[in-house]
Ligand binder design. Structure first.
Ligand SMILES: NC(=O)C1=CN([C@@H]2O[C@H](COP(=O)(O)OP(=O)(O)OC[C@H]3O[C@@H](n4cnc5c(N)ncnc54)[C@H](O)[C@@H]3O)[C@@H](O)[C@H]2O)C=CC1
Ligand SMILES: O=C(O)CCC(=O)C(=O)O
Length: 428
């Protein structure tokens, strides 16, 4: 993959990883971009890449260093926007790809942002609360030079949450000398966070899931759902599907896979995970030892909501679902896309399916600027409308051009980004 691409010199070929997946997706959309394709190279190069050293003093007095990143992939349509991930496997390639998918996602649902993403290569479970706070604050200070309410606005992603966003907002504000609530979204409600943001990504997955199910003649009531990743996105999507009458028959997290043919009690599992940190040991389901068996679970809807490249050439053939809703970013490789397409599986791509989070982040940012806050009903209604409209536009284009929903979403988004790029011109 990506063998014919010019790889930035700061990535060695063996590190190409998720960035290679993204480049392949851009190759697939390029023939559909008409005259704008002369600008396509813009999408293959992140605008700005910042690598930072994040030193902290551990509780035992030793000094630890972590590698952090903030990548602004594109700002043609507005400030950079995208989450921050704390995970032991974070790489520059991954953060570059995640930032690029933010560019595409923000344009696909037409929120006025470019794309950015950040991360630290760290297993946050190995840090005390004090160490986590010191690391978050140091990282924020290091990336302070490129973030800001009008420049680049971080948000939560894997292993980050409202608490981390509060520390980031406070650190940035201390460095500025005044409270700047609009510098991050996904904050606690009492610090300018938005009602509905915590649930927004999972809710968006559910909304487009209902649209996709209707297109395929599948009744959500009684539908069998399997979810990989039971955190913010997967947990809330599972809850909403269960509330709508679906049966959640399998859940996999970073530790364990659990199944129950008659349907898992999702509220009980959410409570258990909140208390213990994992689905491991949950009494209300059966555990399967071979993790790879998760992919062959008999289900109608599969929701990957964990990490990238989980659905790949090695397991795509095993998948029995009719519909895949990409809660995660980049969960499906291009090879797997092709295999699943041949099997007739409908994939609602990440750049539409999980766009609910950034959509409500946009609402949060707007509310912070105006210091006027909306009700949860207003937020959910606006979110639902944007998600449905984006899904419908992409569905119609996919039918018209006889392409996958992913390629259709990329056509809509890349056209918006490159048109903006062209209109802005190049000369300083
Ligand atoms: N939080 C948000 O608003 C958004 C998140 N996303 C994407 O959704 C995905 C999940 O993010 P969050 O739910 O926020 O993270 P989270 O940290 O709340 O939850 C992550 C979940 O994935 C599981 N997991 C981690 N590694 C795994 C593995 N190897 N196999 C199976 N499960 C594994 C964890 O156990 C946990 O249940 C990521 O791809 C993220 O980029 C996308 C849009 C917005
Ligand atoms: O809410 C946001 O700004 C971005 C969330 C995010 O990181 C994502 O959509 O992948």
């Amino acid at each position: 993959m990506a063998a014919n691409h010019e790889i930035p010199s700061y990535l060695t070929p063996h590190e190409i990883g998720p960035w290679g997946v993204y480049l392949e997706q851009i190759d697939r959309v390029t023939p559909h971009l008409g005259n704008l394709s002369r600008w396509v190279e813009t999408l293959k190069r992140p605008k700005r890449v910042l690598i930072v050293d994040v030193p902290i003093e551990r509780d035992d007095g030793t000094i630890a260093h972590f590698e952090g990143y903030r990548v602004q992939h594109n700002t043609s349509r507005g400030p950079g926007k995208g989450g921050v991930r704390f995970h032991q496997d974070v790489t520059l390639s991954e953060v570059m790809a995640l930032s690029a998918w933010m560019t595409v996602k923000n344009a696909a649902v037409n929120v006025p942002y470019g794309g950015a993403k950040g991360g630290i290569r760290v297993d946050p479970k190995t840090l005390s609360n004090g160490e986590l706070q010191r690391m978050t604050r140091r990282y924020t200070s290091e990336i302070n030079i490129i973030i800001g309410p009008n420049k680049d606005i971080p948000a939560p992603d894997v292993n980050t949450n409202e608490k981390i966003m509060a520390w980031m907002m406070d650190t940035y504000s201390m460095n500025q000398g005044s409270t700047a609530s609009g510098v991050v979204t996904g904050k606690p409600i009492s610090l300018g966070g938005s009602l509905g943001r915590h649930e927004a990504t999972g809710r968006g997955v559910f909304v487009v899931g209902c649209e996709a199910a209707a297109k395929r003649g599948l009744d959500i009531k009684g539908a069998r759902v399997a979810v990989q990743g039971f955190g913010n996105v997967g947990g809330i999507a599972a809850r909403l599907f269960a509330e709508a009458g679906a049966k959640v028959v399998a859940v996999q997290d970073h530790v364990t896979t659990v199944v129950r043919e008659s349907g898992i009690d999702v509220p009980a599992l959410l409570k258990y995970v909140a208390e213990t940190g994992s689905v491991a040991g949950f009494g209300g389901a059966e555990r399967i030892n071979d993790r790879s068996e998760f992919w062959s679970v008999d289900c109608d809807i599969l929701i990957p909501a964990a990490l990238e490249q989980q659905i790949n050439a090695a397991n795509a053939n095993k998948i029995r679902a009719k519909i895949i809703l990409e809660g995660a970013n980049g969960p499906t490789t291009p090879e797997a896309d092709d295999i699943l397409h041949d099997k007739g599986v409908l994939i609602v791509p990440d750049v539409i399916a999980n766009a609910g989070g950034v959509t409500v982040s946009y609402f949060e940012w707007v509310q912070d600027f105006s210091s006027f806050f909306w009700t949860e009903d207003e937020i959910n209604q606006r979110l639902t409308r944007i998600m449905r409209e984006a899904f419908t536009a992409v569905w119609q284009l996919a039918e018209e051009k006889n392409v996958s929903l992913r390629t259709a979403a990329f056509i809509v988004a890349c056209t918006r980004v490159l048109r903006a790029r062209e209109m802005r011109g190049l000369y300083p």
